[in-house]
Design a protein around this ligand. Structure first.
Ligand SMILES: [Fe+2]
Ligand SMILES: [Fe+2]
Length: 195
């Protein structure tokens, strides 16, 4: 799938690996949805005066928790326990790119969130194809819905950044961060997890 903002494609062997160890992938996925909700709440916490952001993030936090619940129910249905969050080296590496000046930091937070959403969207599309090729139609349809939803979230974060910081500075920084995101992805092992 051609991405609007990513600078690299996921390794073609990833999807088969993720579906071979689907329960493991789904556990990581559930934690990702939970963390997306937590990040949205953290933005409300840190920028309470930004009405547009607070409204958008309160809606997003709910939506991500609905995704969490959907994946969690799927785990229960499969007889899998969630287990502890093993951490996310991908997101951690991205957060290390945050600049310290408050304005720059806010821009970076919005754009890094957009990149994480966009990478998730790319991977859900790959999972959907792999699941469909193995006859897992119901799961494939579920990932199709999630993929559309995450694509909307990526667009939302880019729009919020662009409205506040201007289209050109936003685009410029997004290009830089997208290059770095691609390097981070290239440096991580290919595993049965979302990132
Ligand atoms: Fe989500
Ligand atoms: Fe999302």
């Amino acid at each position: 799938m051609e991405s609007r903002i990513l600078k690299s494609f996921t390794d073609p062997t990833w999807a088969a690996q993720a579906v071979d160890a689907l329960d493991h992938t789904l556990c990581d996925h559930a934690h990702c949805e939970k963390k997306a909700s937590v990040s949205a709440i953290a933005l409300i916490n840190d920028y309470p005066d930004d009405t547009g952001l607070v409204r958008a993030m309160s809606k997003l936090a709910e939506e991500e928790m609905r995704h969490f619940r959907e994946v969690y129910d799927l785990l229960l249905e499969r007889g899998v326990r969630l287990g502890r969050d093993a951490g996310d080296p991908y997101a951690k590496a991205l957060f290390r790119l945050l600049r310290s000046h408050p304005k720059e930091r806010k821009l970076d937070r919005l754009l890094i969130a957009a990149l994480i959403e966009e990478r998730s969207c790319e991977r859900f599309a790959l999972l959907r194809e792999e699941l469909a090729s193995r006859g897992e139609e119901r799961l494939a349809a579920q990932f199709k819905r999630l993929q559309i939803s995450e694509a909307g979230h990526a667009t939302l974060f880019v729009r919020l950044a662009s409205e506040e910081f201007g289209p050109q500075p936003c685009q410029q920084r997004l290009e830089q961060l997208a290059e770095l995101e691609a390097q981070i992805v290239a440096g991580l092992p290919i595993e049965a997890r979302i990132h």
